[in-house]
Design a protein around this ligand. Structure first.
Ligand code: NDP
Length: 507
């Protein structure tokens, strides 16, 4: 078994190309030709302002902060660093637009704008995909084939509901809540924007969105889409700035609804921030999902699902299948297959269409992953990383697999948010359920088995908001998503996601 010492856990470049691909150092018998996506479709300006009341404005004090390409460590541009006064101004603009424009439009009229936004997102999809990959580090094949199409799909989907609220909530009158403050993370910047903005607007609310500081650019490009769609000024406002600006929005008395996706720690602070008010709140927080593989599962398919579950988006996914629970009788062959598969994963330039695992979003996140992986080694788990070259610059981390993991290990309990899989074993379905549910979180889970009856039984017993069967990380705008326990509350997606943005009254 190829294990490495804690010191080599730190990502390092400089492996011989001859060792590419195969864990045991064998050379792949063909040469790799990069297939880079051109960045020319994207025009990144020298600086970006805030988007308030339909206009781009500088921060009140003129301050800016840089956003960095995590694959090159180069600064892409600088964006406005909002002050508290700017955040308040954005809320006022949203309030005005809600009262005077958006809240007075019929659902049919709102739908037209949402359809228009969806269409523009599709028309400009390449531009969005390239910019997303540059700003976040995710591979272009994911931003191109997952993030951007799904973001557009959310606008299509909720556009369809805008004039049908009476059918979504039969017998009730659905009124908008008012102004929504929406705070999103860096792992799916555009997609999280769409999960938040599309249902809010469909239901007649206006929004102030705060993107994560490391990934503001697709949100700012979305501001351009709003202008292109002729969206009334103030319906969507975007303020870039540090976490405190998020909290300023949360506590602003002009805000009626708060929607947050991010860490459990900040989620708890936000819950305290709205406590004692009548603001509505949805929290989509961390996860430590179990991906459970039974001995009757089709192993090759399961391996693909496990890889997709944890190495998709560098494992920076709240619902990542970061704990693999495998039935003991098939553990050895499954782990062998998994190692073979890991050896074929290509880590590198996010803009290369062949890349499977791109750059970690930030230096801080890379350090967090590195520290947790080192803790896994120190606590006695057995580490495996395929020998693969990493670029000389940028924040990269090798796909990592831990065996001999105990439930008490930090790598089995804490959200790593990186390409790191912890493998545990079980003997009986009861033990699988016990271990799967032995977590503070409850966002998602996976089951791999040939038996439909076992799927149904396990789904009932797993305490997770989403349970995938014989697949993993499948998202659809029609399907609700959200968690239990420390993974948060409220649902996004589907009619449930719409419900989070309306006040239901009797007819
Ligand atoms: P955070 O929860 O800090 O960031 C998420 C969003 O909240 C960002 O827009 C951030 O702004 C904002 N924010 C930060 N502090 C506050 C605050 N006090 N009040 C209001 N908003 C705030 O996540 P991190 O980026 O720090 O990541 C840390 C860990 O969180 C990760 O390692 C991962 O484990 C987990 N995480 C989970 C996510 C999920 O989808 N469940 C998503 C992201 C992270 P800013 O970027 O300016 O700090």
């Amino acid at each position: 078994m190829a294990t490495e010492t804690p010191s080599s856990v730190v990502p390092a470049a400089g492996r011989s190309p001859a060792s590419w691909g195969l864990g045991d150092g064998q050379a792949i018998p063909w040469e790799y030709a990069p297939a880079p996506e051109s960045a020319e479709i994207v025009t990144i300006r020298e600086r970006y302002g805030l988007f308030i009341g339909g206009r781009e404005v500088a921060a009140a004090d003129g301050a800016t902060f840089p956003t960095v390409n995590p694959a090159t460590e180069e600064t892409l541009t600088v964006v406005a660093r909002a002050t508290p006064a700017d955040a308040d101004k954005a809320v006022r603009a949203a309030r005005r637009a809600q009262r005077r424009a958006w809240g007075t439009l019929s659902g049919r009229e709102r739908a037209k704008y949402l359809f228009r936004i969806a269409r523009i997102l599709q028309e400009r999809s390449r531009e969005f995909a390239v910019l997303e990959s540059m700003d976040s580090g995710k591979p272009i094949k994911e931003s191109r084939d997952v993030d951007v199409p799904l973001a557009a799909a959310h606008f299509w989907y909720y556009a369809g509901w805008a004039d049908k609220l009476e059918y979504a909530f039969p017998g009730r009158v659905a009124r908008p809540l008012g102004v929504a403050a929406q705070i999103i993370p860096w792992n799916f910047p555009l997609l999280m924007l769409s999960w938040k903005i599309a249902p809010a607007l469909a239901a007649g609310n206006t929004v102030v969105l705060k993107p994560a500081s490391t990934t503001p650019l697709t949100a700012l490009l979305f501001a351009d889409v709003c202008r292109q769609a002729d969206l009334p000024p103030g319906v969507v406002n975007i303020v870039t700035g540090p976490g405190e600006i998020g909290m300023r929005l949360v506590t602003n008395p002009g805000v009626d609804k708060v929607a947050f996706t991010g860490s459990t720690e900040i989620g708890k602070r936000i819950a305290k921030g709205v406590a004692g008010t009548d603001k509505a709140l949805t929290l989509e927080l961390g996860g430590k999902a179990a991906n459970v593989v039974f001995d009757d599962a089709p192993l090759d398919q399961a391996v693909e699902g496990i890889v997709n579950g944890i190495y998709f988006n560098q494992g920076e996914v709240c619902c990542a299948g970061s704990r693999l629970l495998v039935q003991e009788s098939i553990a050895d062959p499954l782990i062998d297959k998994l190692k073979d598969r890991l050896a074929t994963i290509r880590v590198g330039d996010p803009l290369d269409k062949n890349t499977d695992v791109g750059a970690i979003n930030s230096k801080a996140q890379l350090e967090k992953i590195t520290e947790l992986v080192a803790s896994g080694v120190a606590e006695g788990a057995e580490l495996y990383q395929p020998a693969c070259d990493l670029p000389d610059r940028g924040y990269f981390f090798r796909p990592t697999l831990f065996t001999n993991v105990a439930q008490s290990h930090r790598i089995a309990r804490e959200e790593i948010f990186g390409p790191v899989l912890s493998v545990l074993t079980f003997r009986t379905p009861d033990e699988a359920v016990e271990k799967a549910n032995n977590t503070l979180y409850g966002l998602s889970a996976g089951i791999w088995t040939d038996k439909g009856s076992r799927i149904l039984e396990m789904v009932q017993r797993m305490k997770a908001g989403v349970v995938w069967a014989n697949t993993f990380n499948r998202f659809d705008p029609t399907s609700p998503f959200g968690g239990y326990k420390e993974s948060g509350y409220g649902r996004e997606g589907g009619m449930h996601g719409l419900h989070a943005y309306v006040r239901l009254e009797d007819r």
